[in-house]
Design a protein. Structure first.
Length: 343
């Protein structure tokens, strides 16, 4: 009996231990399963919004690890950094009825994280389909329908990017504040092959015209250059002639100044010589006035008579050599007159 009881106890204890191990294993498996479906990670640059039973829960959650009730709660991540949405193969009909296709339209936009919940609630997590993709189709068709193929494909193509961005931003500001469109890039539209060939021929003709215009401008520029060179050369010759003329005028003026200086010098020299002669003559005259006394004059007269021997004839010979004031001359003159009267 004791042996049977001990075997029964051993079997019961082993059975109890097996049940505990199974329970622990089931608990661990269930916990791992729940953690696997409840723990999730939100990447940097994104936020998460949660749904429970299809209803959007309040609040948004940032990057990191988060827990949720599995099978009852789901989440969607929304990017809050700069992103580029590509709208491909957009059909567009021009005002002339030609159907063209824009191969790709890139819309660079960013969503403010403070407006994520409101925009997701109004337009779902695929808000860009409503606010960007559909609006791009609408705005491009509005633009094409009011312009010709020539304007859309060539003349106004450079304005499509800016016009589309402004139109999108105006609609988004009215419908979903918090979403900003930074830029829009539109590729060249695809047009029918026959029209494309016509455009290529037209562009080739325009290119030829531009080449001809550029050649004409080149010829005109070369002629203008030659004219300017001739003008510059003539101006240079005129400037040289002017400078030479000025040099000659300056030389003449210098010669005139030198001549005037020489004339003034000669005049001053002649004036000084005349003054000196005048002074000499004046002094000699003064000396003569002092020196020419009657006695001196008589002496000079006698010296002159003695040095010049001449022959005189006539009755008045004695008196011509004597002065009228001498007594002898007076007596001789009186005697001569008396004899003539007697005869």
């Amino acid at each position: 009996k004791r042996c049977v009881f001990s075997i029964s106890s051993l079997i019961y204890s082993q059975s109890a231990m097996s049940s505990s191990a199974v329970a622990v294993a089931v608990l661990l498996g269930t916990s791992a399963f729940l953690v696997n479906f409840s723990l999730h990670k939100i990447e940097e640059g994104h936020v998460a919004v949660y749904y429970r039973g299809g209803a959007l829960l309040s609040g948004i959650y940032g990057p990191g690890f988060h827990l949720m009730v599995p099978f009852l709660t789901s989440y969607v991540t929304v990017q809050t950094t700069l992103q580029t949405d590509e709208v491909k193969n957009v059909p567009c009909g021009t005002s002339g009825g030609v159907m063209i296709y824009f191969d790709r339209v890139e819309v660079v936009n960013i969503l403010d994280h403070e407006h994520v919940h409101d925009i997701v609630k109004r337009y779902t997590a695929d808000y860009d389909k409503t606010l960007i993709f559909n609006k791009v189709h609408h705005e491009l068709n509005q633009f094409c329908s009011s312009h010709t193929l020539q304007e859309v494909y060539i003349e106004l193509f450079d304005q499509i990017d800016e016009n589309l961005r402004n139109a999108l931003q105006n609609e988004i500001d009215r419908m979903a504040p918090g979403l900003s469109v930074h830029s829009v890039r539109v590729t060249k539209p695809k047009i029918p092959e026959s029209i494309r060939k016509n455009f290529e021929l037209m562009e080739a003709e325009k290119t030829k015209l531009l080449i001809a215009v550029q050649k004409q401008k080149l010829v005109e520029k070369e002629a203008e250059t030659e004219r300017k060179k001739a003008v510059i050369e003539a101006e240079k010759v005129a400037e040289v002639a002017k400078i030479q003329y000025q040099q000659k005028v300056m030389e003449k003026e210098k010669q005139k100044e030198i001549s005037e200086i020489q004339d003034q010098t000669n005049l001053a020299r002649l004036r000084a010589s005349a003054d000196a002669d005048f002074y000499t003559a004046q002094k000699m005259a003064e000396a003569n006035q002092v020196k020419l006394t009657p006695e001196y004059l008589e002496l000079k007269r006698m010296e002159a008579l003695s040095s010049n021997v001449k022959y005189y004839f006539g009755p008045s010979l004695p008196t011509m050599f004597l002065r009228e004031s001498d007594p002898v001359t007076v007596d001789l003159t009186a005697a001569t007159n008396k004899e003539e009267n007697t005869k």
